[in-house]
Design a protein around this ligand. Sequence first.
Ligand SMILES: C[S@@+](CC[C@H](N)C(=O)[O-])C[C@H]1O[C@@H](n2cnc3c(N)ncnc32)[C@H](O)[C@@H]1O
Length: 254
Amino acid sequence: MWDPTQYLAFADHRSRPFFDLVARVSAEDPRRVVDLGCGPGNLTATLAERWPNAVLEASDSSPEMVAAARKRKIDAVMLDVREWQPSADTDVVVSNAVLQWVPGHDELLARWVKQLPQGAWLAFQVPGNFDAHSHVRTRELAASDAWRDRLGPVVLREDDAVLDPVGYATLLSEAGCEVDAWETTYLQRLTGEDPVLEWITGTALRPVRDALSDDDWQRFRAELAPKLRSDYPQRADSTTWFPFRRVFVVARTP
Ligand SMILES: C[S@@+](CC[C@H](N)C(=O)[O-])C[C@H]1O[C@@H](n2cnc3c(N)ncnc32)[C@H](O)[C@@H]1O
């Protein structure tokens, strides 16, 4: 059984979708549990707690993330999710907030379904916020005359890699899986100065940050900030409401 106290203890904005996802995975005694794009490993650790008898396999393409996970005693390795190969004992695969960075992941999913053993659980969650003001404003600014040349061909998920729940359900059920797919828009309560800018700095803006000098990065942020303030105004009690759509899929292989 899922422990509600533990669940609530992690019920912050970034970890809550992970728990909403894995709550729908009913594997009882999996042999191998895989966390693809494990990040800093704090959520991977909860998989180990839930399935203590399973071999835990964790990987991420970022050396910083792998180092952070290893500090938490998660035996993570550096691996691009596109290179991952399921082994014959892989009973659970979790990938939380990763595949939005991988265009063409629909083909990966179809390959994994063929390679995974029968009855394996494949659970993933992706943000579905391509059309959110935060992302539209960022793309508009990046494409403006002032920034287009400076930024060059940064990856801003121009072609949205993410399907909607019906898209994933169709793909995976046509591959023979039982599928449970849904979407949730979390209404996130943020506080502080420019909290939406801070939020996307760690995620959607990372490619912009990487493409710019320190000075240009500060200028880009300064130009984006008022646009986000106007789309996501701060209330009198200093709350900024930030709706965030996420798409969830839990599939069982045939
Ligand atoms: C938003 S974080 C999510 C981390 C973790 N799954 C969690 O839920 O806390 C996205 C992670 O995906 C990783 N990532 C991005 N592209 C990847 C790829 N092609 N292969 C493997 N990991 C990737 C990033 O390094 C980052 O750790």
